[in-house]
Design a binder for this molecule. Structure first.
Ligand code: TMP
Length: 229
């Protein structure tokens, strides 16, 4: 990546990230396949309910009817002919609708929004791993989300080999079109996340997701407590 690109991505991300939410708190979980983020997210949600914190749990792509329908199209394993830019636009479209219909209303009600994936997924998967360019993908997402960047984004870092192995052992989980990509693609996703991490200046927090569920859960809980209490 050329220096100009890095500087402008950095400026975009710093300018927008988390400076804009008067109400609520927007927390996003990010990571490659099998990183355990969805399991931990559910545990964090249960903990917040016990603590009587006003919060919602949701996911991307999906979270509401229209975006779940878009998810079906994007992740259908038989859609092998899907173009990379089409994929990126569909993720951005699903994101827009989910944001407008579910995330923004919850933030306006002062709720904590716990979201499985957001813009950083598109930067890592479509921008970096698909080779479209992080800057290009940032631009279409800027159109989709405007000022709404997460307050924090927690990156579950794991070797893709370990992550994919976990998925193969967990037979109840859906296997989607992206899971079927070769290991090289998943290694690039990891690299892409690290690029995004480097430019996020503290708004993205990286954790070692190869630890046990309990260890990761405790770590994530501590991070969240530091931010919302
Ligand atoms: P999930 O398995 O975490 O539910 O996510 C669905 C898949 O979609 C996963 O392989 C990551 C991928 N994805 C992208 O490629 N770009 C995106 O912007 C998002 C939100 C997900």
């Amino acid at each position: 990546m050329i220096i100009d690109d890095i500087i402008s991505i950095e400026m975009c991300l710093i300018k927008e990230r988390g400076n804009n939410m008067k109400n609520g708190y927007f927390i996003v979980f990010e990571g490659g396949e099998g990183s355990g983020k969805s399991t931990i997210l559910q545990k964090i949600y249960n903990w917040m309910l016990e603590e009587k914190k006003p919060c919602i749990i949701t996911r991307e792509p999906g979270g509401i009817k229209i975006s779940e329908q878009i998810r079906e199209v994007i992740l259908d394993p038989s859609n092998t002919e899907m173009d990379g830019r089409t994929e990126a636009l569909l993720y951005a479209a699903a994101r827009r609708q989910h944001l407008v219909q579910k995330v923004i209303p919850a933030l306006k009600e002062d709720k904590i929004v716990l979201c499985d994936r957001f813009i950083d997924s598109s930067l890592a998967y479509q921008g970096f791993a698909r080779g479209i360019g992080i800057k290009e993908i940032y631009k279409i997402n800027e159109f989709a989300i405007g000022k709404y960047m997460p307050n924090i984004s927690i990156l579950f870092e794991i070797d893709p080999k370990i992550g994919l192995d976990r998925i193969n052992k967990n037979k109840s989980r859906e296997v989607n079109r992206i899971d079927l990509e070769k290991i090289d693609f998943h290694n690039k996703v990891r690299e892409g996340y690290n690029e995004v991490f480097e430019t996020s200046k503290g708004k993205m927090i990286k954790i070692d997701a190869s630890k046990t569920i309990e260890q990761v859960y405790e770590e994530v809980k501590k991070i969240i407590m530091l931010h919302i209490d």
